[in-house]
Ligand binder design. Structure first.
Ligand SMILES: [Zn+2]
Length: 436
């Protein structure tokens, strides 16, 4: 016998088409709600004869939380039998599009879970806990709702400007090296287009080959990280595009030179690696800070410690070189930038510091791409950096992203797709949950 006596209120609460709800009870803080389908007349799929009841079985499936509680639907699922003796169908269980066979979650709960991750930015673990399911169940729901959108070729249409960056994926461990990915961003719409394992020319070459000639012909601008091997792949596939080395990447090269020189001078003068009390070690971060962001006191403090720890003025020369390079980016126009670049070269040559000679040589290889920055307003902007920062937050929050497919899905699902609906309010008063 059914436990359901057709409670209209409970049925409306569940709001699942074709179902009626009855008794509910609390089990370990979860709301268990008995439901069943309302169809009494069912035809056999084989011969169309009216089926006869063949008992019931109980299926537990998790649904959207109700009244702030994790909710389990206890579905008293009907079995049917075809009365026709020669019919091949014999018996079957009823089904519903809202609950897949052997599902742990209802379809609407899976949809909502994917929305929590892709739209609201919750972690898989957080969304899984919210629904009282395991990580893999939650990840599967996200994959089922995200992968078709990622695979949709329309997602990559209309792109005219791309940024290509190398980004760290897995940190080094005692047994393995740091691994990297190449991230491709739409500079106009500030969306992640793709995340590919590796950071070589071949990796980018393969990706651009897959896009095809028509797609590549639309690209008029590409920014790139000079540290990775992307240049040749971009020149081969996007001959008509302007290549740009943006501010962020060029200054990073200069900052690396500062760090290298600081470590060398430190080792040379004190005979050990940087320690807390060492003058150069104390200013290691200030050296990388933009001049105009240093207060007068801070600047004087840095100068005093340079006097103490940098007898030949090599670290100071590196700091000035970095500021010269920053001036290039702040120039009024390309001609102005060229003059400032010459000042940078002269400074590096006069300093007679090997690391600065190397920095000047690297920079001169990229001079045209640096000057191109002045022709392109969009080459580097805060919204793209913001996208990278959000991506980094996702990477850190999902401790141990070891699977590239999961990583790619999370980044594109969250930062690469414009989902049609705004974030929906937590319906029926779900409890707030950790966003971590
Ligand atoms: Zn039949």
């Amino acid at each position: 016998m059914s436990r359901i006596q057709g409670s209209r209120g409970a049925t409306m609460l569940v709001g699942l088409a074709g179902f009626a709800a009855g008794v509910s009870e609390l089990v370990d803080g979860e709301l268990w709600l008995w439901v069943e389908t309302v169809a009494d007349v069912v035809g056999c799929s084989g011969c169309g004869t009216r089926a006869v009841g063949h008992g019931r079985s109980v299926t537990l499936v998790r649904d959207l939380p109700m009244a702030g509680r994790p909710t389990v639907l206890v579905w008293s699922k009907r079995r049917w039998r075809c009365p026709e003796a020669d019919c091949a169908v014999r018996t079957w269980s009823e089904g519903t599009p809202e609950i897949a066979p052997r599902a742990v979650l209802t379809e609407r709960a899976r949809r909502r879970l994917a929305g929590m991750v892709n739209v609201d930015g919750d972690s898989i673990a957080g969304a899984a806990a919210h629904f009282g399911v395991g990580w893999h169940t939650a990840n599967r729901a996200v994959a089922d709702h995200t992968d078709p959108r990622i695979d949709d070729p329309g997602r990559l249409e209309g792109v005219e400007a791309i940024g290509v960056d190398e980004k760290r994926f897995l940190n080094a461990t005692p047994t393995s090296r740091t691994t990297y990915t190449t991230r491709i961003v739409d500079l106009d719409r500030h969306r992640i287009l793709d995340v590919i394992p590796g950071r070589s020319r071949d990796v980018l070459d393969g990706w651009l080959t897959q896009r095809g000639d028509h797609w590549c012909a639309q690209i008029r601008l590409a920014t790139l990280d000079p540290a990775a091997g992307y240049r040749k792949a971009l020149e081969d596939h996007l001959p008509q595009a302007t290549l740009v080395v943006d501010h962020f990447h060029a200054i990073r090269l200069a900052n690396q030179a500062i760090d290298d020189i600081r470590r060398r001078v430190q080792q040379h003068t004190l005979g050990h690696r940087g320690r807390k009390a060492d003058p150069l070690y104390q200013i290691r971060r200030v050296l990388l800070t933009a001049d105009e962001r240093l207060s007068e006191d801070r600047f004087q403090w840095m100068k005093a410690l340079l006097n103490a720890g940098d007898p030949d003025g090599e670290v100071a020369a590196a700091w000035i070189a970095k500021e010269h390079l920053r001036d290039v980016y702040r120039a009024r126009d390309k001609a102005h930038a060229r003059r400032r670049m010459i000042a940078f070269y002269i400074h590096c040559a006069d300093a007679e510091v090997p690391e600065l000679n190397r920095l000047a040589r690297t920079t001169s290889c990229w001079a045209e791409q640096i000057f191109a920055y002045h022709r392109t307003g969009k080459a580097s902007n805060g919204r793209v950096e913001n996208t990278h920062m959000l991506a980094e937050k996702i990477r850190r929050n999902a401790h141990g992203f070891t699977n590239h497919d999961n990583y790619r899905r999370r980044l594109i699902g969250r930062l690469g797709i414009k989902w049609p609906t705004p974030p929906t309010a937590r319906i029926r008063g779900c409890q707030p949950h950790s966003a971590a």
